[in-house]
Structure formats: structure tokens, C-alpha cells
Design a protein around this ligand. Structure first.
Ligand code: 3HC
Length: 328
């Protein structure tokens, strides 16, 4: 996948290659940003293309579960906010596809791989949104988890990814707040509304913890990605941070986190939590989550439906280029 043009070592003699690798690592260690035209090891490039394209796909597929509520939001005000949020996610996808393109892979290749089922996107978007409270839970928990995971990516060693993340994180903060605001309204409403909020928390809590990826002991990419300063913290460290921040928020809402083992540990100053069902995570990654098929079909159909928009935009861009060439 995405292999064309990604191997830049060619036939370099081993000593020259070792020197390039050492200089590259020294730049990373000195917190210098790596830019598209700089020399980089092929594996660094591959790792970035893998992570950034998966991230872009997650933003785009992530529009589907919430898009499901655009026509059914409970008021015009809520609808306008949700519409803006879903549009932001499309924008995040666009920034991230562009960042990945600077590494020598085309957006078309990435999208083709997603449609062919060869590319990953976040496990979290394979869960259904049967009630309005799910829109609140997604904003509060899913965008909340995304912020914890993504703020450190603003310091990623690869310049275009780091810069894209600065803007994305600002918007994700607004998304988290709109989700929490929905939950607050429901929790201060009728018994039925509070129950709806609790039910959404029950269904989204564990999948949100899985968003951070497998436990550190099973994370195949973390060590190298941290050495390259693509990732700054391990999956488990970020998961713990999310839990520590989110439990007091749930308490403030008057909701119960669905984990009987959850307890505050004075000594470590962290919450201890129960076992995560990693079999469920593996099943979702293998395509057997509750909505994998539905998401794949919806994305492919929407992409097909949007062909005329892409064609019109390309024709408009070409006309403009021809006109400005004619003027000069
Ligand atoms: N869902 C799907 N796949 C996952 C996953 C998840 N939650 N967590 C890990 N994986 C996959 C990895 O992609 C990797 O698969 P691969 O080798 O086929 O690529 C495998 O599981 C092993 O995991 P690792 O921990 O070794 O992988 P990473 O070092 O890449 O860490 C990650 C995983 C923490 C998700 C990291 O890639 C990352 O930080 N990515 C950027 C952020 C991102 O993509 N977030 C997705 C959510 S975006 C979002 O939620 C949109 C917002 O609007 C809400």
C-alpha cells in the first residue's frame, strides 16, 4: 500500500546511509521540524503516511455517525451547531490528506484504499448512534479523547502534520464543549432524558478508551514512533490521562461510568479502571464491529455521488489556470 515513490534510499552505500540516518535522528533529537523536501528514512515516511492517512480517513468516516442526526437535531440551534461541526470534520480530513500528500502519496490512492477496505480508520466510528444523546456522547467523549491524543501531535516532528494539528485541535475543543453541553442539557432535563444520556455513556465509554489503541505491550509502532517524535506519549499514558480528566466531568453530570472496578488511587493520584475488552477491539479492527459494513458502504456511495462536484471543481480550476495564463 502507498509504496510508489516512498523508498528514497535507493542504492546508497551503507556508510552513507548510516550517516544520513544519524544526521536525521540528531535533527529530531534537537526538536527540528522535518519538512517535505528534507531527506528522511523510508520507514519514517511510511509510518507518517500510514498514521496521517488513517487519521484523515477517521475524520471523514467520523462524519457519518453524526451526519445521521443532521436532519433530526432537536432544534434549529442544535442543527446549526452540528452542521458546523460535521463540516469541520470534512475540513480536518482535507488538511490531513494534504499533509499526507506532501510525503508523495496521492489523495486518490488513499481514498481508493479506503474504498477497497485496505485502509484503517478509527475503531470508534463503527458504533451506532440510535439516540440524540449519542451526538452528545460523541462530542464529549470521542472528541475529548481525540484532543488528548492529538494535542501532542501539534509537536510531531513532521512539520506539515504538526501544523495541520494546531488548527484541528482548536476546532476539536469546540466540538468537545458542544458535546458536553448536549449532555448537560439532557442531564438537567426529564428522567427520560437523563436515562438517554446514561445509556449513551454506557455504550460509548469502553469504545472511547479503545480509541487510544492497543495496550503499550501490544503496540507495534509506538517505540519507533516515539523515537522519531511522531508520537510523544504512549497509548496507555494518554488513555490514563483521558480517564483522569473525564471521570470528574461524568460526576458533575451526575452520570455513572459503567466500570465497577473504577476507583481513585491516592498513592498514584490516578483512577484505576477495569479490564478493557481487547477482543472486541480486535473484532472491530478485523471488520466485525456493529457498523463496519454500513460505514464502508456509505462512504463508497457518498464518494460516488460526489463525483460531479469533484469534476465541476476540477473544470473550474482548469478554466481559471487557462485564463490566468492567457493574461500573463
Ligand atoms: N482504531 C483503528 N485502528 C487502530 C486503533 C483504533 N482506535 N488503534 C490502533 N490501531 C491500529 C494501528 O493503526 C495499527 O495498525 P496498522 O499497523 O495496520 O497501521 C495497530 O492498530 C497497532 O497499533 P499501534 O499502537 O502500534 O499504532 P500507532 O502507533 O499508530 O498508534 C494511534 C495508534 C494512537 C491511533 C496513532 O496512530 C495516532 O495517534 N493516530 C493519530 C490520531 C488518529 O488517527 N485518531 C483517530 C481518531 S480521529 C477522530 O477521532 C476524529 C475526531 O473528529 C473525533
Amino acid at each position: 500500500m502507498y509504496s510508489q515513490g516512498l523508498d528514497n534510499l535507493g542504492d546508497l552505500p551503507p556508510e552513507q546511509e548510516a550517516e544520513l540516518v544519524a544526521t536525521f535522528q540528531a535533527r529530531i533529537d534537537a526538536e527540528e521540524k522535518i519538512e517535505p523536501k528534507d531527506w528522511m528514512p523510508a520507514r519514517y515516511r511510511h509510518t507518517l503516511v500510514r498514521q496521517i492517512s488513517q487519521h484523515a480517513h477517521s475524520e471523514v468516516v467520523g462524519m457519518l455517525p453524526e451526519g445521521n442526526w443532521l436532519t433530526r437535531a432537536p432544534s434549529l440551534h442544535r442543527k446549526a451547531i452540528l452542521l458546523a461541526k460535521v463540516q469541520d470534520e470534512a475540513g480536518h480530513g482535507a488538511y490531513l490528506y494534504s499533509a499526507a500528500e506532501t510525503l508523495g502519496v496521492s489523495r486518490q490512492e488513499m481514498v481508493d484504499d479506503l474504498i477497497a477496505g485496505k485502509a484503517r480508520y478509527s475503531s470508534i466510528f463503527n458504533y451506532p448512534t440510535p439516540t440524540w444523546a449519542d451526538v452528545g456522547a460523541i462530542g464529549w467523549l470521542v472528541d475529548g479523547a481525540a484532543i488528548i491524543n492529538q494535542v501532542p501531535l501539534c509537536r510531531c516532528s513532521y512539520g506539515p502534520y504538526a501544523r495541520a494539528m494546531v488548527r484541528i485541535c482548536r476546532e476539536e475543543s469546540f466540538h468537545q464543549r458542544q458535546g458536553y453541553d448536549i449532555m448537560q442539557s439532557l442531564c438537567s432535563g426529564t428522567d427520560a432524558q437523563r436515562e438517554m444520556a446514561q445509556d449513551a455513556l454506557n455504550r460509548w465509554w469502553w469504545p472511547s478508551l479503545m480509541m487510544f489503541g492497543p495496550p503499550d505491550s501490544d503496540s507495534v509502532h509506538s517505540d519507533q514512533s516515539m523515537a522519531w517524535k511522531i508520537k510523544r506519549f504512549s497509548n496507555d499514558d494518554l488513555r490514563q490521562k483521558f480517564i483522569d480528566i473525564t471521570i470528574p466531568q461524568a460526576e458533575h453530570l451526575g452520570l455513572n461510568v459503567p466500570d465497577p472496578d473504577l476507583r481513585w488511587d491516592e498513592e498514584s493520584q490516578h483512577y484505576e479502571f477495569g479490564p478493557i475488552d481487547w477482543e472486541e477491539f480486535s473484532a472491530v479492527l478485523a471488520g466485525d464491529g456493529p457498523c463496519n459494513e454500513e460505514r464502508a458502504d456509505a462512504f463508497a456511495h457518498k464518494y460516488e455521488d460526489g463525483a460531479w462536484v469533484r469534476e465541476a471543481a476540477a473544470a473550474y480550476a482548469q478554466k481559471h489556470t487557462t485564463q490566468s495564463k492567457g493574461k500573463s
